[in-house]
Design a protein around this ligand. Structure first.
Ligand code: FES
Ligand code: FES
Length: 158
């Protein structure tokens, strides 16, 4: 069985797994990092949203064999370390706006929000309703209005 190597939340990791195993299961089941949630496994619900080299992606739909040694994967567990404070500004905004209900979708929501704000900053776009509506993360509890307000607040501090 091949040894897979990459960076996860700032640490170099190596794990034995077949190339065809999708990364979400490597992260959750083999490495025990459970922030990225399993919802659909087919790149639809976005519950597993994490970052690869700073951009949003869905590890349920990526073979671990396609991940390079130099790729840096960040999950919700490592997000705060990408900012100066104890929490990332988007996490703080989530608390301030009391966004979570059951919570299941929320790690993916926050990771998607951070990536969207970074994308808007790169492109010189405002983080407005139309930018936020490009996000496709499903929330079965219907917290979309609070998500929208939290993203705008978090973006002001990024
Ligand atoms: S579990 Fe990855 S998109 Fe649904
Ligand atoms: S908070 Fe329950 S699914 Fe989003």
């Amino acid at each position: 069985m091949p040894t897979q190597k990459f960076k996860l939340n700032g640490d170099s990791v190596s794990v034995d797994a077949d190339d065809d195993v999708h990364l979400l299961w490597v992260i959750r089941d083999l490495l025990g990092v459970t922030g990225p949630k399993y919802g659909c496994g087919i790149n639809v619900c976005k519950a597993c949203t994490s970052h690869i080299n700073g951009k949003a992606f869905n590890p349920c739909s990526v073979r671990v064999g396609d991940i390079k040694d130099s790729d840096e994967i960040t999950t919700i567990e490592g997000l705060a370390d990408t900012s100066d404070g104890d929490l990332h500004p988007m996490q703080q905004a989530w608390i301030d706006h009391d966004v979570a209900q059951c919570g299941y979708c929320q790690p993916g929501q926050i990771m998607a929000a951070v990536a969207k704000v970074r994308q808007c900053q790169r492109e010189g776009r405002e983080v407005d309703d139309s930018a936020i509506e490009e996000l496709r993360n499903i929330c079965r509890c219907g917290t979309y209005n609070r998500i929208r307000e939290a993203i705008k607040a978090g973006a002001e501090n990024m």
